[in-house]
Design a protein around this ligand. Sequence first.
Ligand SMILES: [Ca+2]
Ligand SMILES: [Ca+2]
Length: 237
Amino acid sequence: MYAVVALGALLSPAAAQAAKGPTVTVMTRNLFLGADLAPAINAPTIAGAIDGAGTVYNELQSTKFPERAAPLAREIKASGADLVGLQEVALWRKQTPSDGGAKPISPLPGATPATTVEFDFLALLQAELKKAGAKYKVVVVQQEFEAELPVDADHNDATGTGPLAGLGADFDARLTMRDVILVRTGSKVKLGKTRTGHFKTRYEPSIGGIVIPVDRGWTSVEASVAKRTFRFVNTHL
Ligand SMILES: [Ca+2]
Ligand SMILES: [Ca+2]
């Protein structure tokens, strides 16, 4: 969705009339991280979470962010938005063979984070924006929830790798959630200080007693146009 905001409308009617404030176009979009995480993070046990991670991973493949990014980039271009707030700008990474996930979910002390990038939603969207002829720069990125689990993608316990091979772990998959603000190159909006924060109250499901900290938060940037100042805030509630 996007909106044209007349800054004068935020002032008193008389002041607005006098000001005939400059116009700024803003847009907000939740990119959808690619899958419903419930089968994994709401599983009662690690074994169930590994099966659930298979369901999540297969849904991620079928929702095809690399394809979705193209019309999204065209939509951003068509909006002409000066500022764009993006939520669920996922970064998915993979590790083969599995070494048992990673903290905070993995019960194994030697488990390390996956580093091979599978889908970087920000990089994919930026590439499509470039293809669409829309020039946007990243103003601020904040990392939110992150988790890594072994994945039983073929739902077969007889195929597995690593220390949890017996539970069917084919590989590890790591999700890093991010929120991002973009600014259009050439926009008349001048930007200043950025701020970020996480909400103190968060969703904390547990898998077999291991608490999953589902962080969410906000990013903001101070902005001005024609000597009017405002604050643009992007949040994932
Ligand atoms: Ca790992
Ligand atoms: Ca398997």
